[in-house]
Design a protein around this ligand. Structure first.
Ligand code: PTJ
Length: 265
């Protein structure tokens, strides 16, 4: 879809948001930010989102709040950015990093120098000041060469990492070295979602602003209050709720209003 076609599409069109999201991914591929595999990943995500009713489940909202509490409690939080995340939500990544004082690091499944540089530049254009990932001077053990590359003073040093749309192997490898993983993935059956301390089964375009909304709301709370939010979240319950919404959803339930959240939409 071209820019002109998108600008002519009324916002009332039932697939407006989905088409706008696709358009961002298409643009990402054209700019050399998103990989071709990213197009396939987006299609898969879209199918899950359709079955979820393109809404934030109450349990996904709880997960977003727990993720925000984890990010506030962290010694060194890092938001990992891949080609899909950079294309879809660059301004939301920058906003969240600012609220929770996190580093932003580009970390790619299909790592090339050109894509790394294009994504760093794209994030800078959207307001990021310091973007990590280019140093690539540390390795996550247990992964093949390129997927293992991280910055020693970024993901290498992080205690909490937000990894949206991660591939399962790397999610497992990060968890194996003791990092707390906050995962955004529309597939509740994926290994990344199942490995995560906090699986947020929601579309990244809704989840990131929602985490930021919760993070703003939780700013200034005591460590005890934040810990209570973390302790009150049950990953297994959130995964079960998402799976059951996907398997049992009907067109009627999909038409229900989205869950009330503290996030900005
Ligand atoms: O930019 P790179 O090189 O790091 O590559 C990124 C992709 C996403 C291509 C790579 O990590 C990959 O191949 O991932 P997978 O294994 O296809 O997993 C992507 C997961 O993200 C799937 O479970 C999708 O359902 C999910 N997903 C796709 N789009 C969204 C999503 N989850 C949340 N929001 C989305 N918009």
């Amino acid at each position: 879809m071209s820019d002109a076609e998108l600008s002519e599409l009324p916002e009332s069109h039932p697939r407006y948001l989905s088409l706008r999201t696709r358009h961002r991914i298409e643009e990402g591929v054209e700019k050399g930010i998103t990989s071709k595999q990213g197009l396939i990943a987006e299609g898969r995500g879209e199918a899950f989102d359709y079955l979820l009713g393109e809404r934030t489940l109450p349990t996904a909202d709880d997960a977003a709040r727990a993720a925000a509490a984890h990010l506030h409690l962290a010694r060194h939080p890092v938001i990992s950015v891949n080609g899909n995340v950079a294309a879809l939500v660059p301004e939301d990544v920058v906003a969240l990093a600012e609220v929770v004082d996190a580093d932003i690091e580009v970390n790619l499944f299909n790592r090339t120098d050109e894509r790394m540089r294009a994504i760093v530049e794209h994030l800078r254009e959207h307001g990021a000041e310091d973007v990590k990932g280019l140093a690539g001077d540390a390795r996550i053990p247990g992964l093949d060469h390129k997927r293992a590359v991280v910055d020693a003073d970024g993901i290498g040093d992080a205690d909490v990492v937000l990894v949206p749309l991660e591939d399962g192997d790397r999610a497992e490898a990060l968890a194996a070295v003791g990092k707390t993983e906050l995962v955004v993935d529309l597939n509740p059956l994926s290994r990344s979602a199942r490995t995560a301390a906090v699986p947020i089964v929601d579309n990244i375009v809704r989840a990131l602003p929602n985490i930021t909304g919760h993070a703003r709301d939780l700013s200034g709370r005591s460590r005890e209050e934040l810990q209570a939010v973390v302790d009150g979240f049950e990953p297994a319950t959130a995964l079960e709720a998402a799976e059951s919404a996907i398997r049992g959803g009907t067109l009627d339930s999909r038409a229900e209003a989205p869950a009330e959240t503290n996030g900005e939409r």
